[in-house]
Design a protein around this ligand. Structure first.
Ligand SMILES: Cc1ncc(COP(=O)(O)O)c(C=O)c1O
Length: 411
């Protein structure tokens, strides 16, 4: 069979003529396959999914109600381009009420995005030229780096390790790299480590950015989901508005994952450049969704209820996994537990990687987690496992305890 001519047309960034031929499964595909195999091998046994990275519940009722009403109005039907004023204003007020960020101009310092993933995909085209350096924390959400590499940038990883408190070591970046660097991407509260930033870290980021003339993209997708502390915005730190933007999303804080709505806020010029790129890429989120999201942002207490539920579920996971010999502590933010992975089981399996351990937990015990082997060996467990009531949450915790009882994990 001759090769279809289409195979010869793909861009180098997708692998050119080799596009689609690499059949090596990626991390999440391996997890999916293991889950399928485990369910087939153990029919009737419930799969406990601690791997999911999205909320377990639908959006709050006031948000849904607003969408239903607004969706019926003919004036909401059209393209919204760079968004409606009502949403921008709600976003600016939300930043003030929840994060104490005062004085942002909703018209020039805020722009909606179709979720933060879309903002992370679009921003590189505003900033990145071939040969630029983009600094990104690792492990992390890779989208900004993927697009930057497609634009010809060199993406330099800044490892997040426990010994550095899961902060990047900005002093370790050599002078030549810092000089070529154009962008620093950070994400706090952090997926997957659960670390939240403090004012001192954000101030050091501002100082680094000013010294090296670098734009900062702070991904706050989990912004208000913090425990035992007040939510903190990068934009509330002196100098931040000069150096960067913060990306917010309603996906996690308001259970609105599929709705695709968030916003970019901060440095006026950078927001303007984002709006310019966005205008050439999409035509804005549905006005009814923006209005429903504005209703959510006006009631930040809605996030409080979501946060309390995750705190309760995280507490249950921590109790069970500590009993099993893991070192689990309450994260500072997000809904993830980030646990050092065991190296072996007494008298049994050895795990060369966290991935091997994760595969074992799925295949043998139908408990799904996400492994992370890029900086140490960790398992990410998510408190988004489906449970309709506190009683059900307890039942699932007991089920995990029973399934793993008697196993001596070694670290
Ligand atoms: C760190 C981080 N950033 C961004 C996103 C994307 O969120 P969304 O596009 O739904 O706003 C996610 C989603 O899991 C994430 O974990």
């Amino acid at each position: 069979m001759p090769e279809p001519f289409m195979q010869q047309l793909f861009a180098g960034r997708l692998g050119g003529r080799n596009f689609g031929k690499d059949t090596t499964p990626y991390k999440f595909e391996k997890i999916k396959r293991a889950k399928r195999a485990a369910v087939l091998e153990h029919p009737g046994v419930e799969l406990i999914d601690l791997g999911v990275g999205e909320p377990d519940e639908m959006a709050p009722e006031p948000v849904v109600k607003t969408l239903v009403e607004e969706a019926r109005k003919p004036e909401n039907r059209g393209y919204t381009d760079n968004g409606i004023g009502e949403f921008r204003l709600a976003a600016a007020r939300y930043l003030e009420e929840v994060f104490g960020v005062r004085g942002l101009d909703p018209d020039t310092q805020v722009n909606h995005s179709i979720g933060s993933k879309s903002a992370l995909a679009l921003l590189p085209s505003a900033l990145v030229d071939p040969g630029d350096v983009v600094l990104m924390t690792v492990p992390g959400y890779p989208v900004f780096g993927t697009h930057s590499a497609w634009y010809g940038a060199e993406v330099v990883s800044l490892p997040l390790r426990p010994e550095n408190g899961f902060f990047p070591d900005l002093d370790s970046i050599d002078r030549a790299t810092a000089e070529r660097a154009k962008v620093l991407v950070i994400n706090y509260p952090n997926n997957p480590t659960g670390k939240a930033a403090d004012r001192d870290f954000f101030s050091r980021v501002v100082e680094f950015a000013l010294r090296n003339r670098v734009a900062v993209i702070q991904d706050a997708a989990y912004g208000a989901l913090v425990y035992g502390r007040e939510p903190l915005s990068f934009l509330s730190v002196d100098g931040a508005l000069e150096v960067g933007v913060e990306l917010h999303s309603l996906s996690k804080s308001f259970n609105m994952t599929g709705w695709r709505i968030g916003f970019v806020a901060g440095n006026e010029l950078l927001v303007k450049a984002f709006a310019e790129v966005k205008d050439h890429s999409d035509s804005g989120q549905f006005a009814a969704i923006q209005k429903a999201a504005a209703a959510g942002l006006a009631s930040p207490g809605l996030t409080g209820a979501i946060r309390d539920k995750y705190a309760r579920k995280l507490g249950l996971l921590i109790e069970v996994f500590n009993e099993l010999g893991f070192s689990a502590r309450m994260p500072e933010g997000t809904f993830y537990l980030y646990l050092p992975a065991p190296r072996s089981i007494a008298g049994g399996e050895r795990f060369e990687t966290a991935e091997a351990c994760s595969q074992y937990l799925i295949r043998r015990h139908l408990i799904s987690t996400v492994p992370e082997d890029s900086c140490g060996r960790f398992l990410r467990l998510s408190a988004t496992f489906i449970a309709g009531s506190p009683g059900e949450e307890q039942r699932i915790a007991s089920e995990i305890r029973q399934r793993l009882a008697g196993i001596e994990f070694e670290f």
